[in-house]
Every structure is written in C-alpha cells, then in structure tokens.
Design a binder for this molecule. Structure first.
Ligand SMILES: NC(=O)c1ccc[n+]([C@@H]2O[C@H](COP(=O)([O-])OP(=O)(O)OC[C@H]3O[C@@H](n4cnc5c(N)ncnc54)[C@H](O)[C@@H]3O)[C@@H](O)[C@H]2O)c1
Length: 343
C-alpha cells in the first residue's frame, strides 16, 4: 500500500500536540520530514516522533524531501505563502486555522491549489469532536423544528498558557489580530458547521479587559444575522478559565446544548417541547456520543481525502466562508455598525 509522505512545517505546540500524534493513528501515512526556523525545535520533535529528515527552510524541504503533502503549523501570517509555495510544487496542504489573514490571501490559496490539482484542507479542530458531530446530526435532523437562534462561546485563558514561547500570538502583523482571529474562528466555524447556515451580516464589540500588556482585544461579543433570517450570537475570550466551548440551538420545537464547560460527561442535552403545553413541559432527547470522531482525527481524514481524491468537507472555500465572518466582525467593531460578510 502506498503511504502518503508528510512534511510538517512549524515544530511548535500544535504540531506536537495534534498533527504528529494524529498522523500516527493511520498506517496510510508517514511523517518523513519536519521543518522549523529554530533547528532545535525541529530536532526535538524529530527525535520524539522518529522523523528522519530535519529542515530549517520550508522551501528546501518541499523541494527536496520527496513528500506528497504538508501540514502548515506556523504562525498565521505564513499560512498563505507556505500554502502557495507547496501547492505550486504539487503538494497537498492541510493548513491550520485561521486559514489566512485576508480574503485576498485565501482566494490565492484556493486558486493555486485548484490550478495544481492538490487538496487544500483547513484544520478546524472543533468539527472533529465526536460530540459536535452528533450535535450537528441532531440539529440538522429537524427534531428541533425550524432553527430560530443559535448561541456559541469558546474561551480559554490565552495563548501564553498554551505555548509559553510564542509571542507572535500578540503581534498583530503575525497573528492578524487578537482573540477574534485565534479563538473566534473556532466558535464561528463550529456554529456554521452545526447549523449548516451562512452568515449575512455581523456586528461585534471588542475590548481589551484583562491582558493589559498586549495591544489586542481579549474579549469579543458579536451578533449574527444569517442569510435565512436565523439570529445568532458568538462570544470569544482569552480570559475564560477553564477552557469552555458551548453551542446552544433554539428551534421552534425544542432546544439543545453541547458544552464542555460544566464537565458534564454527557456534554449534550436536548429537549423537545410538548405541543400541548409548550410553556412548561419538555421531553428529554437522549443522545449517545461515540468516543472517537467518525473521521478518526483531522490528519487521518486529510490523508484519506488524498487517497480517495475527495474534496474535504472543510476545504479552502468552506474555511474562507468562516474566516470572512471573522474579518467582517473585526471591521464591524472598528466602524461601530453591522458589516456585511463579503467574499
Ligand atoms: N486547531 C487548533 O486547535 C489550534 C490550536 C493552537 C494553535 N493552532 C494554530 O496552529 C498554528 C501554530 O500555532 P502553535 O500554537 O503551534 O504556535 P507555536 O509558536 O508553538 O509554533 C509555531 C512554530 O512555527 C515556527 N516557525 C515560524 N516561522 C517559521 C518558518 N518560516 N518556517 C518554519 N517554521 C516556522 C516557530 O519557530 C514555531 O516553532 C497557528 O496558526 C495557530 O493558530 C491551532
């Protein structure tokens, strides 16, 4: 069986915690090269994960390492140039969130991958949480009736508690912004995934409330108007401890919540209203959550998409649709009114 040969670009936290352990879960792929501008970071992970080739220049790795695909795990501002270079050299690309810093960059990534007939997948982790997969099925099954409103929150204590040597998260030129770019994209993409709906306009307010040493927003509240009229809210924060991800969906026949905030092992609660007494009576809908994602994990799914020549459900266009809302939210906070989501 042909194995897909992977090169990792960026030997930081997400490579160590997600990409490298995830590729290990399939026999259909092997990571044969790793690159970081800081050689000892690449060497450390190469040793930990048994990777034969180490590079400090991603262009050299892509040209020389005999790989089929790359995982782009670098700071955000490099997602576009690395994707473009890799695609031009006919390598499939799995790029970390946020996909890129602007619509122009994202279109460039999509076009170059299309032209070179390589897969472009955006690593939106939340879509691979088995609770989120089941929650989406429930919401889209119609059991809650017409969806009227959705509310989502994703927050944690900030990037400095995730990776203690990554100051780039707080450098606007390298990150593209504060918590909105870093965490807001997770919850907004999850809302889109769960509802299957596209956002038309957004109004956001952003503030720096806790991390006074940085010049970026650490808390955001935003109102969403979907194209079909559904209403929504998303919140994101770098001062929520412990980590929380919650989505609530309100339908005309019931409501449901998925959460990792209250340490409830069930995680999903859903209720159907009694049509005879909707004011007071509900019936719980029981939901079973499997231990693993139906796709195993994002990296295994990426490998399977390459082997099957299949478009990922979170491809460049889908990634760009979520990022377009985030970029519109940032603009709306600046101008102080609703902003149309433009692609
Ligand atoms: N999906 C998720 O849940 C999730 C979680 C955390 C981070 N991320 C994303 O992953 C990406 C990396 O984040 P991280 O937390 O691993 O950051 P990090 O700082 O730990 O790692 C980034 C690495 O890239 C290296 N690097 C910088 N420039 C490079 C270049 N030109 N060539 C090769 N390597 C280079 C850095 O030296 C560093 O080791 C970001 O885009 C971030 O948003 C995603």
């Amino acid at each position: 069986m042909k194995k897909i040969k992977i090169g990792i670009i960026g030997a930081g936290k997400i490579a160590e915690r997600l990409h490298l352990p995830s590729y290990k879960e399939t026999k259909k792929a092997e990571v044969i090269a790793i690159c970081d501008i800081i050689k000892k970071k690449a060497e450390r992970l190469a040793k930990m994960f048994n990777i034969p080739k180490v590079y400090t220049d991603y262009k050299k790795m892509i040209k020389e390492a005999d790989i089929d695909a790359v995982s782009v795990c670098t700071p955000n501002y490099l997602h576009c140039p690395i994707t473009v270079f890799a695609a031009q050299k006919k390598k499939h690309v799995l790029v970390e969130k946020p996909m890129a810093l602007s619509i122009r960059e994202m279109k460039k990534m999509i076009n170059v991958c299309k032209k070179n007939k390589v897969i472009l997948m955006v690593e939106q982790t939340q879509r691979f949480d088995p609770a989120h997969e089941v929650f989406r099925d429930l919401v889209q099954s119609g059991v809650l009736g017409k969806i009227v409103a959705v509310r989502g929150k994703l927050g944690h204590s900030g990037p400095e508690f995730w990776s203690d040597d990554s100051p780039w998260f707080f450098n606007r030129k390298k990150s593209g912004g504060g918590v909105t770019m870093d965490v807001g994209i997770h919850i907004l993409d999850l809302i889109r995934f769960v509802t299957g709906k596209d956002v038309d306009t957004v109004a956001a307010t952003m503030n720096n409330l806790v991390k006074k040493k940085i010049k970026l927003e650490d808390n955001v509240e935003a109102v969403l108007k979907f194209k079909d009229g559904t209403m929504g809210v998303f919140e994101t924060s770098w001062s929520t401890s412990p980590y929380e991800v919650t989505v609530q969906v309100y339908g005309e026949k019931g409501k449901a919540i998925v959460s990792q905030a209250n340490f409830d092992p069930q995680r999903i609660r859903a209720w159907k209203v009694d049509p005879k007494n909707p004011y007071n009576t509900v019936k719980e809908i029981k939901v079973k959550i499997p231990k693993k994602s139906r796709h195993i994990n994002p990296c295994v799914y990426f490998v399977n998409c390459i082997l099957k020549k299949q478009k990922p459900f979170i491809d460049g266009v889908e990634g760009m649709k979520s990022m377009a809302v985030i970029l519109a939210a940032i603009k709306s906070a600046k101008i102080g009114r609703f902003e149309k989501v433009k692609i």
